[in-house]
Design a protein around this ligand. Structure first.
Ligand code: ADP
Ligand code: ASP
Ligand code: MG
Length: 420
């Protein structure tokens, strides 16, 4: 069981979480619980690091930002104990949750869960801080923002859990962010592939890595709300959204005699920035001169367009980078201006990427055409496009995000029929 930041925000809410955990244990289950820091706490800690040293050492950053989860895991263990449950906390290094590669963005490796399993088998509820691991050098690491989801899946795989339940502040995965579109619909089932794609284009309900790990390790993953009153009727027969394999989805659709929809979800991401290099020489090797230094600096480039060549063998190249990396990217490119041979750099951070995702795109035509037509009808200009087998993304003015998501949601027939 994993509980997110809103579910852990304060001792009252933690008591509610403890009740949900206690009920699972009382039903005869062996339980491990992974918790996030209280809502807003990690942001606060990140700001302290920035204030202390803008060029902070990521290893020390990890010591600071991982502390939010240490607090909530101790508090949950204490609350469970106050209810008469046997419970203890396990810090990342105590399990240990081994991680590798970069501080602040560590990847989870092997978890030796022997001690954890023994404790759970003895009837003790294990409470673990999400987000936190230990490096090969024995230092504290964190797994990137939203990383507690990945901690939960990793622990579930290590203890060979029947299921990994992700409790959050919405009762499942919706057709789009329910905080933006009130007509968003809760989905009973979403495939791993779709969830992976949705998470990677901005649906933050699950961290992308948690989905790929669950897919790889065969962890049964469910998203559900910790805010449902006991005995309250659920929106459908499932309390949350089950993430299933493509084969399982086929079987479910067949059993219910329904067809796969072309689009199952829409996501938005306001964390990218657009960069245009004008008058780049239109010759072999030119784009590699642009993207090699960015790659070497670890800056992730997402969308790329090379515009139609201008006269005189020149072309404009447009691409997006994470907003947080924009200044660094511009500095690197300016340094290389004479080598690359471009004229000007134009950048814009006020952009949003809107993506439509669905396995059904493989078999339905016209999905992209409908997207462009719908946006055009509202006068929304498309600045860049990228696609994968099951996704189409467009870059637009950030001020038009809500409108774009809403009209696309209607256009693909995703609106809930209930009055919003
Ligand atoms: P937690 O703290 O529990 O990890 P997050 O804030 O990380 O919670 O993720 C839950 C939030 O994800 C929801 O409050 C919702 O606004 C947002 N969200 C974005 N897209 C979706 C979606 N398609 N379905 C459900 N929630 C979504
Ligand atoms: N507390 C961390 C964050 O805010 C990890 C998480 O909640 O998943 O990113
Ligand atoms: Mg989260």
């Amino acid at each position: 069981m994993k509980f997110g930041g809103t579910s852990m925000a304060g001792t009252e809410r933690i008591r509610r979480v403890a009740n949900i955990v206690r009920a699972q244990a009382a039903a005869g289950n062996e339980v491990a619980v992974v918790v996030s820091a209280m809502a807003g706490e990690t942001d606060r800690l990140v700001n302290f690091c920035r204030e202390a040293n803008p060029l902070y050492d990521p290893a020390e950053y990890d010591v600071v930002v991982s502390s939010g989860e240490q607090v909530t895991s101790g508090l949950l263990a204490l609350t469970l104990q106050s209810m008469g449950c046997d419970a203890r906390s396990w810090m990342g290094w105590q399990v240990p949750i081994n991680t590798f590669a970069n501080h602040a963005n560590a990847r989870v490796g092997d978890i030796d869960a022997e001690k954890l399993i023994a404790s759970m088998q003895s009837g003790q509820i294990a409470v673990l801080p999400g987000f936190q691991g230990v490096s090969e050098e024995g230092r504290i690491t964190t797994m990137g923002r939203g990383g507690s989801d990945t901690s939960a899946v990793a622990v579930a795989a290590a203890v060979d859990a029947d299921r990994c339940d992700i409790y959050t502040d919405v009762d499942g995965v919706y057709t789009t962010d329910p905080r933006i579109v009130s007509r968003a619909r809760k989905q009973k089932y979403v495939t791993f592939e779709e969830m992976l794609e949705l998470a990677s284009v901005g649906a933050k309900v699950l961290q992308t890595r948690s989905v790929s790990l669950a897919m790889k390790r065969g962890v049964r993953l469910q998203v559900l709300s910790s805010f449902v009153e006991e005995g309250a009727p659920s929106a459908d027969t499932l309390p949350g959204t089950m993430i299933v394999s493509d084969e399982e989805m086929d079987a479910i659709l067949e059993e219910n005699n329904v067809e796969r929809q072309s689009v199952t979800g829409i996501a938005h991401d306001k964390n990218e920035a657009r960069v245009v290099l004008t008058r780049v020489p239109d010759k072999p090797g030119a784009v590699s001169e642009i993207f090699l230094p960015l790659g070497d600096a670890g800056i992730n480039v997402d969308m790329i367009i090379q515009n139609v060549g201008r006269d005189k063998g020149e072309t404009d190249v447009t691409f997006t980078v994470p907003q947080a990396e924009l200044a660094r990217a511009i500095a690197l490119l300016e340094e290389k201006q004479s080598v690359i041979g471009f004229n000007r750099i134009i950048s814009d951070a006020n952009v949003a990427k809107i993506s439509v995702v669905g396995m059904g795109m493989k078999s339905h035509g016209g999905v992209a055409a409908l997207m462009f037509k719908t946006l055009a009808d509202r006068g929304i200009n498309v600045q860049a496009i990228s696609t994968s087998e099951i996704k189409i993304s467009v870059l637009i003015d950030a001020d038009e995000t809500e409108l774009a998501v809403r009209v696309l949601h209607s256009a693909y027939g995703l609106d809930s029929q209930e009055a919003a």
